[in-house]
Ligand binder design. Sequence first.
Ligand SMILES: [Zn+2]
Length: 107
Amino acid sequence: MGAGGAVSDGEALMAKFQKLKTDEPGVTEYAFTCPGCGGLHMIRTEGERPRWEWNGDVDRPTCSPSLLVGPGTSYQCHSFIRDGQIQFLGDCGHELRGQTVDIPEWA
Ligand SMILES: [Zn+2]
């Protein structure tokens, strides 16, 4: 590991949330890869509802309220995002229901 005093900004730190490009003015959205259902989930932080409160940290995100994807389906994914981890609730359709795991770094 480098021990130099200069901080390089040439290499971006890994992040869990990836900012999405959008054509809509006043809209900010982030995406992350869900380790539970394997899908991509979108979090809108600015714009019209649905919209989430977010702590502004792409590496250790915390969002509220909970995220519910595919309600009523067999692949329902219901979670809380806290401090870079995703807490899957018991009503998820996938195997990580009831577990809390790290959100993977955006590849
Ligand atoms: Zn999911």
